[in-house]
Design a protein around this ligand. Sequence first.
Ligand code: NAD
Length: 368
Amino acid sequence: MSNPSLLILAGDGIGPEVMEQVKRIIGWYGDKRALTFDVSEDLVGGAAYDAHGVPLHDDTMAKAQEVDAVLLGAVGGPKYDDLDFSVKPERGLLRLRKEMDLFSNLRPAQCFDALADFSSLKKDIVAGLDIMIVRELTSGVYFGEPRGISVIDNERVGVNTQRYTESEIARVARSAFELAKKRGNKVCSMEKANVMESGILWRDVVNEVHQADYADVELSHMYADNGAMQLVRAPKQFDVILTDNLFGDILSDCAAMLTGSLGMLPSASLGLPMANGRPKALYEPVHGSAPDITGQGKANPIACILSFAMALRYSFDQGAEADRLEAAIEAVLASGARTADLMGPEGGTPMSTTDMGDAILAALDASV
Ligand code: NAD
């Protein structure tokens, strides 16, 4: 059997800096766990624009369609702010998401005990938190037609349309149920079925998919406004939250910030299964290219490393190895090791991006 394949698109700003540490971790798995990946690298974002005049070359797009998973760093930066919209760095990322049809966006909110003081909520409410928001990413009100601003009866009217088809709801629901089976086996679906017809359909279809194929997963429903309240009141009641594009946008940012720094947040975007059964997949940290700290060795690589842990779990069925990597990060944080973004008011000496990579590799060594 051939090795699983990874395409690394490090991108711009701190993207290459944090990805350098991920490459070391990937190498460690090959050396120490006989888990070898065929890794190729290419350009995306501003880096691709500089080389090719486009933020994603067609050849890179074709490669992304062929590999088992894509790992992306970050795109963008002030150098590219004045480019035409069609060639802005972000367009490269949007093209990947669109052409790979990545409809299921996974945003975990996981609070490492050592960082519980960073949350704006009380420590006991967030310590040990581990929830996953599954947001529909390619339909709903951000894409529905009609849309636009027009003049009606002498005043401007803005219109957007919340639109979901049964199949769009069913496929993201399946993705959430499948995930729940690899975690706590619970899904809470959130919509506004009390005031929106699209919400009524959403609830119906989620129930149908559940009854047909996932009756062994515990399913509940919640109105999205109550969901927002429950997320800050008692977030640990949830395992997987399934929701649409608009509510997911808001709820996932809210949930993510329960856990502290942007430098800690991974994400995955998944599509339909390929011929080998693995889903189309792109893994990336939530943060951007952080131009304010680029080139200074200050970037926290953990969000990007946790994104690779998600790849191990969701693309390569290596849940135990993903646990190992997350436990190594937990141990490093528990020892007091911190990059600058994780320094509390008590101060101390922050470690560099490479130092953090060294510490995580040492914790991995200690785990075998
Ligand atoms: P940003 O996420 O790049 O940075 C926000 C703040 O968080 C900055 O102070 C930054 O230093 C800090 N930060 C972010 N990641 C960090 C890390 N790993 N370690 C330590 N500190 C970290 O967001 P921004 O400043 O709004 O955007 C900068 C550029 O990134 C823009 O061009 C934007 O369009 C782009 N962007 C790209 C993505 C992406 O690639 N997915 C996402 C968001 C923003």
